[in-house]
Design a protein around this ligand. Structure first.
Ligand SMILES: [Zn+2]
Length: 310
């Protein structure tokens, strides 16, 4: 496959390279699709070895100890924040999807999480959040709103915290701010918070919802070309070889770069067998691709003293 039409490195700003033992298939697939560098959410225990052997290809996003199920311990997260910071991480992720908030018993605006946010502010880190989830989930597995809350309340929670951080610190809303179904909401957030960026990660979700409103999404990307970062949300795994990883990179590249209209190679479990999405590529102009694959990522990293040397 030809490389993306980009001068310089192609940067995946949202991915999960979960273990050192996954690197072979990961880098093989990434090389094939012209993805050069990765901003990854790797567990601390794996980040150390990844840093040693592949540090020039990676930057790390600070994450808590997700391997442990159940409620979290703020002290452990604070220790990890410091350890990740010592490894060079300058971005911290808060996973505040409705399902996660319910199982972990945390909220973006709770006092415990605020301690961690304050520490991140003191260290001048970029904050990334996952707020919201697909409409298909709100209409499905999150229907018990007593338990999971409503989308509106989740975005009010996000805005309470987003508006409370210093204006010169950046915030990245993962997965198009968790609401690609409502580009109007996203435009409003981008307009009111100049320090907000969005990544376009999550393959099946983007394939389904971007394709669904293809022309409107294309306008949105062109209008906000300085505020959107390419991310795949690729997740490595022991059973995930070249073909699995490639299906994700392939779908992203087709979706952003081409006018492809046709089936997706990835089954969408949110839709019935007969109702699988038809992909409709945005065929974004080269100048826009240059920004979302490269320029915006380097610009955002530079605000915290990081870069991927070209
Ligand atoms: Zn992710």
């Amino acid at each position: 496959m030809p490389r993306p039409p980009v001068r310089g490195l192609v940067i995946d700003f949202h991915c999960h390279l979960l273990a050192h033992r996954h690197v072979k298939a990961w880098f093989e697939s990434a090389r094939h699709y012209g993805i050069d560098r990765f901003v990854t959410m790797s567990p601390l225990e794996e980040a150390v070895g990844l840093q040693r052997d592949y540090g020039h290809l990676l930057h790390f996003i600070t994450v808590p100890k997700f391997q442990d199920p159940g409620p979290f311990w703020v002290d452990d997260w604070l220790r990890r924040l410091e350890a990740f910071y010592n490894l060079g991480s300058r971005i911290i992720k808060f996973h505040m999807a409705p399902g996660t908030m319910n199982t972990r018993k945390w909220r973006l605006d709770s006092p415990d999480i605020r301690r961690i946010i304050d520490e991140a502010i003191a260290r001048r880190m970029i904050i990334m959040s996952h707020v919201g989830d697909p409409d298909t989930w709100y209409n499905g597995k999150y229907q018990d709103t007593e338990k999971f809350g409503r989308r509106e309340a989740h975005y009010q929670m996000w805005e309470r915290v987003l508006s409370s951080i210093p204006k010169d610190m950046l915030w990245i809303g993962a997965h198009l701010g968790g609401n690609p179904e409502n580009l109007g909401r996203l435009q409003d957030l981008l307009d009111r918070y100049p320090n907000l960026y969005l990544d376009c990660s999550a393959t099946r979700w983007m394939v389904r919802e971007i394709s669904n409103r293809r022309d409107q999404a294309r306008d949105f990307f062109i209008r906000n070309q300085d505020r959107i970062l390419f991310g795949s949300d690729q997740v490595s795994g022991d059973e995930r070889g070249f073909d699995f990883l490639s299906s994700r990179f392939w779908a992203h590249r087709k979706l952003w770069e081409t006018a492809y209209i046709g089936p997706s190679p990835i089954f969408d479990p949110d839709l019935s067998e007969e109702n699988q999405p038809t992909m409709r590529g945005l065929a974004l102009p080269d100048a826009v691709l240059q920004k979302i694959y490269h320029d915006n990522a380097q610009k955002v990293l530079a605000t915290v003293g990081l870069a991927f040397p070209e």
